[in-house]
Ligand binder design. Structure first.
Ligand code: GMT
Length: 374
């Protein structure tokens, strides 16, 4: 197949999934054309069958705001026509599904370009619900030839919040379990926790929905009971507030803000426990990557997280904001070696058996085929 993929190229779960999917499809012999404003950040190595097309943006004094959605639609139609794409798979509805709809219309009569939209999270649960976007998001989803959602939760939310009756296929996120796998601790662990302290880790884009301050408050309770360190990976709008909170709670010596990092596998393998106390989380790819490295996860009970984290099996789940309970769970796991080993093995097993790329990529391929046969 000749497949166009559009995603946000910057840090974030939807871009990760889109890029890893594209790479795998290319390895399987499909031709994959990424169309975006920059090279996706996980597209670092040369892979045969992968092509990147940058959406050029021209500035013009009359345009007070960049017209990215329109430039993207033009680029999509150009690439689809000249590269003879069979389908365009867009990740994150806003604005990608709308641009793809336009591209499809531009090509009408020349080429039947199928459009598949994958819904990832805040495109549906947050920003898409704003009055300025809602009608467009609803329309673009309804006009897509195929729609997938990364969890059952997200599918239900889309159907109810947007009064959509369309079929939505649930295809969960996936992880490369051969890359994200348990490994013996690296020197980083010794550097962060020289006295053998337990290490808790959180990775995110530090947006308010991630409730990173809860992570710090959980850690504050944990460290009162056991020697521990907290590693915070990523960057975003709440980082300054988090740094301020650490100073206020006198935790600076025990909390390491690493910012954006490429060496995620090494960092996860240096840690013992993953915390994700989000306000909203349609799936929780970061938690899956941690589980695949054998880390038990303590999460809030929102969104798609309970479809990933099995309570009392691969980790623990608590109500949003229930810092006391999450801390209690963390202490319980970190002080009970036998239980910890079982949870760690369960987390790895669940990732391999349910969310490996080998399991999930064929679901996308079958879905593509189904849509092409319409
Ligand atoms: O960061 C992104 O690229 C999108 C982001 C979001 O906020 O929509 O992440 C979502 O998509 C990921 C990949 O499917 C999911 O693992 C995240 O749970 C989801 N984030 C939220 O729902 C907050």
């Amino acid at each position: 197949m000749k497949i166009g993929i559009t995603c946000y190229p910057t840090y974030g779960g939807s871009g990760v999934i889109a890029t890893e999917l594209g790479k795998e499809l290319a390895l399987k012999g499909h031709q994959v054309h990424f169309i975006s404003y920059a090279l996706p950040f996980r597209l670092t190595d040369f892979v045969e069958n992968i092509f990147f097309h940058e959406v050029e943006m021209s500035s013009y004094p009359l345009f007070e705001f960049p017209l990215y959605s329109l430039a993207l639609a033009s680029k999509m139609s150009e690439i689809a026509e000249f590269e003879k794409l069979d389908l365009l798979h867009v990740h994150y509805a806003i604005p990608h599904a709308s641009s793809a709809y336009l591209a499809k219309q531009i090509l009408k009569g020349k080429r039947d370009l199928k459009v598949i939209t994958t819904l990832h999270g805040t495109d549906i649960t947050l920003i898409g619900l704003e009055p300025s976007f809602l009608p467009l998001v609803k329309f673009s989803i309804e006009q897509s030839d195929g729609v997938t959602a990364v969890s059952r939760f997200l599918k239900e939310k889309t159907l109810t919040n947007y009064s959509i009756e369309k079929e939505i296929e649930v295809i969960p996120n996936f992880v490369d379990t051969e890359i994200f796998k348990p490994a013996s601790a690296c020197s980083f662990r010794k550097h962060v926790a020289p006295k053998g302290e337990k290490i808790l880790i959180h990775t995110s884009n530090f947006r308010p929905v991630k409730r990173v301050t809860d992570t710090i408050r959980i850690f504050e309770k944990v460290i009162k009971e056991i020697p521990a360190k907290l590693i915070l990976v990523g960057d975003g709008p709440d980082r300054s507030e988090c740094e301020r909170l650490c100073r206020e709670l006198s935790l600076c010596e025990h909390v390491k803000f690493l910012g954006k990092q490429e060496a995620l596998v090494e960092l996860l393998n240096a840690a013992d426990l993953f915390l994700i106390p989000s306000q909203s989380e349609s799936f929780g790819l970061a938690a899956l990557e941690a589980m695949s490295c054998g880390l038990p996860v303590i999460s809030s009970s929102v969104g798609g997280l309970p479809e990933l984290v099995k309570h009392n099996e691969t980790g623990y789940i608590a109500e949003i904001g229930d810092i006391d309970r999450m801390a209690k769970y963390a202490i319980d796991l970190l002080t009970n070696e036998k239980k910890y080993e079982i949870f760690s093995a369960n987390a790895r097993k669940r990732s391999v058996e349910n969310f490996s790329k080998e399991k999930i990529i064929p679901l996308y391929e079958n879905f593509y085929q189904e849509i092409l046969n319409l």
